[in-house]
Design a binder for this molecule. Structure first.
Ligand SMILES: NC(=O)c1ccc[n+]([C@@H]2O[C@H](COP(=O)([O-])OP(=O)(O)OC[C@H]3O[C@@H](n4cnc5c(N)ncnc54)[C@H](O)[C@@H]3O)[C@@H](O)[C@H]2O)c1
Length: 284
């Protein structure tokens, strides 16, 4: 197994971001997706991301070309057979992810560590669909991957020290700060961020303050770079709602009930920046 080689399943926003930072850090990357169009889009996006680093004098032209060379694409999961680490970044849907994990489990070496970039799904349950639960771990990158410094490393109930040590080391190689936590609904990031956004939606719904004032209060009063409502629009209100529903169902605690205003905006299709309207309106 080549230690500095990483496989990625899913070449969307997150998978292509991980591919870029891994190639930048000198890793050989095999980036796979079920969609050939998506793979082309991902490579174009990575090329643009690397070119912008050259423009900002963060990397030389030769380094850019070498990084791009290190990325190989394909659609077959069997291409990932002998790698030490595979990062899964497919849709946030348990059945889709479980399907990928079952297939990988059969195709790849029993030594391979399977890491999921899930933001909410239980790592322990994903691990349980494989015959190697000790080799399954959460590796939660943040969006945009090249800019965000954190990797939340999630230890499932059966995850062993080898898997945790491997993803921790790779995260550090990629210039990130790994933080290891236990598997729990919403991990730490979504468990804290989603209720803050939800509470901001309640404050807006109750007419306590305007959307701008709610955001200003947290920006100036708590030094947050973005207000919670602006942040919700960036993340996507559907994703915020889904996170609250997951917390509510998992803990059965009413403190996690989603705000009716959040539900209403999602039902109207006002999902944030991606649809041109959320808590704020955006020129398309
Ligand atoms: N977007 C974010 O802000 C963000 C942040 C942190 C974590 N995440 C998590 O990262 C994961 C990926 O999110 P994303 O935003 O990159 O999604 P995305 O929709 O941009 O990309 C998902 C990709 O997976 C591919 N795919 C789906 N099923 C597949 C399969 N069976 N085999 C191979 N490829 C398959 C799709 O073709 C698509 O290209 C999710 O679990 C998400 O929760 C997302």
């Amino acid at each position: 197994m080549d230690e500095r080689c990483i496989g990625i399943v899913g070449a969307g926003i997150m998978g292509s971001g991980v591919a870029q930072v891994a190639a930048q850090a000198g890793y050989q990357v095999i980036l796979t997706d079920m969609s050939a169009t998506q793979l082309e889009k991902a490579v174009a996006g990575i090329a643009a991301g690397l070119a912008s680093r050259v423009q900002r004098a963060r990397m030389t032209e030769a380094e850019r070309a070498a990084a791009l060379e290190r990325i190989q694409t394909g659609s077959a999961l069997s291409d990932l057979a002998d790698l030490p680490l595979i990062v899964e970044a497919v849709y946030e849907d348990f059945d889709v992810k479980a399907g990928v994990f079952r297939t990988l489990d059969q195709l790849v070496s029993p030594e391979t560590v399977l890491a999921s970039n899930t933001s909410t799904l239980p790592v322990t349950e994903l691990a349980a669909v494989t015959s190697r639960p000790q080799r399954v771990v959460g590796m939660h990158f943040f969006n945009p991957v090249p800019a965000m410094r954190l990797v939340e490393v999630i230890r499932g109930l059966a995850t062993d020290d080898h898997a945790v040590a491997l993803v921790t080391r790779v995260a550090e190689d990629l210039g990130k700060t790994p933080v290891v936590i236990k598997d729990s609904p919403g991990f730490v990031s979504s468990r804290l961020l989603a209720p803050m956004i939800n509470e901001a939606a309640f404050a807006l719904m109750e007419g306590i303050a305007s959307r701008e004032d709610i955001d200003t209060i947290l920006k100036l009063g708590a030094n947050h770079p973005m207000g919670p409502l602006e942040l919700a629009d960036l993340i996507g209100l559907d994703i915020c709602l889904h996170q609250m529903e997951t917390l509510y169902q998992s803990f059965g605690d009413p403190k996690y009930r989603p705000c009716p205003l959040l539900r209403q905006l999602v039902a109207a299709g006002y999902l944030g920046r991606k649809t041109g309207r959320g808590f704020y309106e955006y020129a398309q």
